[in-house]
Design a protein around this ligand. Structure first.
Ligand SMILES: Nc1nc2c(ncn2[C@@H]2O[C@H](COP(=O)(O)OP(=O)(O)OP(=O)(O)O)[C@@H](O)[C@H]2O)c(=O)[nH]1
Ligand SMILES: [Mg+2]
Length: 293
């Protein structure tokens, strides 16, 4: 008997969804930072076994959209609620509720199995943990509750074993050697974006988007050219920094990660362009892989 299905992780921003995704996969597929709205896409990570295929979706954190990009991010979340065979609803220690009532209703009224993952328990104590467990049991009575630490790998295997039990009988949906649905260039874009999130403050992380224009691989080296887009001239100046120092740092950090990810030497060239108001421009969003309704 072979089992296969879609296991979709949803929850508030910054609770640790991408950390869990990577823990399941054993690779850094999703970027992780301490900033909210790190993940902007729905990213598939596939775990293959002899008699199972678990297709895990990492999704953006749930927010009330203030501009078109965020609306499109929430469409990814909606699609993940709709096609899940098992829903992983992640909350973190200290959190009280979902920021969006509609999503919360969908989760509590779901007729598919919901695993409520109470994450970051490494930051808690016994007393607080018990109080949180009681709170969430009453708040989402239809869910099975698992206290976990995605970062420390605590109870991650237990959750995975339960997922396998819950998966429907089905042939695989993807070839058994496939790890993700995303193209190599997507991981280049995301790696660079992670470094932007980590190196800049205020609006720069949210105004930045990356597009890789060249990805040329030969036996020894991958030559990459990527464009970082921001919304205004002033942001371009900040991004580049004094004599290009800030941009250079982003490039060095991204290259190191990419060399690990692709297992090859990387030559990375970065360019910065202004793309006015791209976050509200439907055509531009489509170009960057959003708005795929
Ligand atoms: N202490 C602790 N920190 C964690 C744990 N899991 C994740 N984190 C941290 O929480 C922060 C957010 O993690 P992410 O995995 O990016 O969270 P996310 O839910 O994907 O965030 P968005 O994509 O912005 O919605 C990072 O600083 C992680 O290192 C955990 O189990 N314990
Ligand atoms: Mg994330």
């Amino acid at each position: 008997m072979h089992k296969a299905g879609f296991v979709n992780i949803i929850g508030n921003p910054n609770v640790g969804k991408s950390t869990l995704m990577n823990a399941f996969i054993g690779e850094k597929l999703s970027i992780i930072t301490s900033k909210a709205q790190t993940t902007r896409h729905r990213i598939l990570g596939i775990v293959n076994g002899e008699d199972f295929q678990v297709i895990i979706s990492d999704t953006p954190g749930i927010i009330k959209p203030a501009y078109e990009l965020q609306a499109s991010m929430m469409d990814f979340v909606k699609s993940a609620i709709e096609d899940a065979d098992v829903l992983l609803y992640m909350v973190e220690i200290g959190e009280k509720e979902l920021k969006d009532e509609d999503f919360f209703k969908k989760i509590t009224h779901s007729n598919i199995p919901v695993l409520l993952l109470l994450n970051k328990i490494d930051t808690s104590n016994q007393e607080e943990l018990e109080a949180q467990v009681n709170f969430w049991k009453q708040k989402v009575p239809n869910a099975e509750l698992y206290p976990i630490s995605a970062k420390e790998g605590f109870q991650v295997q237990t959750v995975f074993d339960r997922i396998i039990e819950l998966l429907p009988e089905s042939p695989p949906f993807y070839p058994k050697d496939q790890l993700t649905d995303k193209h190599e260039r997507f991981f280049v874009n995301e790696t660079i974006r992670e470094k932007i999130l980590l190196n800049y403050k205020k609006e720069i992380p949210y105004a930045g988007e990356v597009e890789t224009e060249a990805f040329l691989e030969d036996d020894a080296i991958i030559r990459i050219q990527s464009v970082i887009m921001v919304e205004r001239e002033t942001q371009k100046g900040i991004l580049i920094g004094h004599k290009g120092s800030a941009l250079k740092k982003v490039g060095i950090e991204a290259r190191k990660d990419l060399e690990l990810f692709f297992g090859k030497q990387i030559h990375l060239e970065l360019f910065v362009k202004v793309n006015k108001n791209w976050r509200n421009n439907e055509r531009q969003l489509r170009r960057f892989g959003y708005n795929q309704k």
